[in-house]
Design a protein around this ligand. Structure first.
Ligand SMILES: NC(=O)c1ccc[n+]([C@@H]2O[C@H](COP(=O)([O-])OP(=O)(O)OC[C@H]3O[C@@H](n4cnc5c(N)ncnc54)[C@H](OP(=O)(O)O)[C@@H]3O)[C@@H](O)[C@H]2O)c1
Length: 257
């Protein structure tokens, strides 16, 4: 049985807590024994009040302490923990394992997905990237990860940093492009939902062929008349600039830059 404490009550912490509780109910060998939240009310809808603390001194004995707080606060929180030589992991894609305080055994438990409170996710499909300082600790967090997800990966801090940059491109930047698409639709009295099937097919296609093979559109075809017409239609300079940069990037594909 892996006894777990979750520290934090934000977007990821809430999803993690639900996933651990569900695993507990299906009699997987993990147990959520406590949650630390600065503001108890943030988490009271998910966890019985007697299991929530807002004072680190009240932390119970556990096998793994998961720090799921803002990247900036990981080190501050880790250094406030009132014990030594326990396994303490953080959940960040961007921060190295060494962000954690050396008085405890360090690890990383990074679920690669975008989490928003109250927006349900299927945790069992989410890849969890794991890193520890030694094999025994790795086995502990792998057991924990396997109880809530079907996919775990051994990823070190250098790789995870690169993975996080890749994730920013495929998630944050893509989402920003959706936003621009929505703005253009709004300006021309078009419903954004008309683009939903295209968005879905674009994402689905790269499961069977590479993104490079999947690329279509005026940039890859070098349809210069269409490209000029699009640039003329775009009135916002930021949109025009992005259109040009992305068109160039698609056309340069495969060339050594
Ligand atoms: N959300 C995602 O999509 C996602 C995905 C993968 C990994 N992560 C990682 O998960 C971690 C948490 O991200 P999040 O999106 O859940 O953040 P979030 O929703 O902004 O929540 C941040 C949490 O950190 C707590 N906190 C901030 N500073 C603190 C401090 N000094 N002491 C104690 N608690 C503090 C906040 O407490 P208050 O509510 O009291 O302010 C809140 O519970 C980050 O390392 C992030 O990189 C997030």
């Amino acid at each position: 049985m892996v006894k777990v404490v979750v520290i934090g009550s934000g977007n990821l912490a809430q999803h993690l807590i639900v996933a651990i509780q569900e695993a507990e109910q299906s009699e997987k060998s993990i147990q959520l024994i406590q949650v630390y939240a600065r503001t108890v009310d943030n988490i009271a809808h998910l966890v019985p009040k007697q299991h929530i603390i807002s004072d680190f001194q009240q932390l119970k004995e556990a096998d793994v302490y998961i720090i799921a707080v803002s990247d900036n606060a990981i080190n501050t929180v880790a250094s406030q923990l009132p014990f030594n030589n326990k396994l303490v992991v953080h959940t960040s894609g961007a921060m190295p394992m060494d962000t954690l305080d050396s008085k405890n055994k360090k690890g990383v438990f990074y679920p690669l997905q975008t989490f928003t409170k109250n927006k349900k996710v299927a945790f069992e499909t989410i890849p969890i990237c794991l890193e520890t300082e030694n094999e025994a600790d790795y086995m502990s967090i792998k057991l924990l990860a396997n109880a809530i997800s079907n996919k775990t990966y051994n990823i070190n801090s250098v790789q995870r940093k690169a993975l996080h940059v890749a994730a920013v491109f495929v998630n944050n930047f893509t989402n920003h492009l959706y936003q621009i698409g929505e703005e253009i639709c709004d300006e021309h009295q078009l419903p954004f939902e008309i683009l939903h099937p295209l968005i879905q097919e674009t994402a689905a296609k790269i499961r069977s062929i590479s993104p490079q093979q999947a690329q279509t559109g005026p940039a890859i075809r070098k349809d210069s008349k269409t490209i000029i017409a699009h640039e003329t239609l775009l009135t916002h300079s930021k949109q025009k600039q992005l259109y040009k940069i992305l068109t160039q990037s698609i056309q340069d594909n495969g060339k050594k830059l």
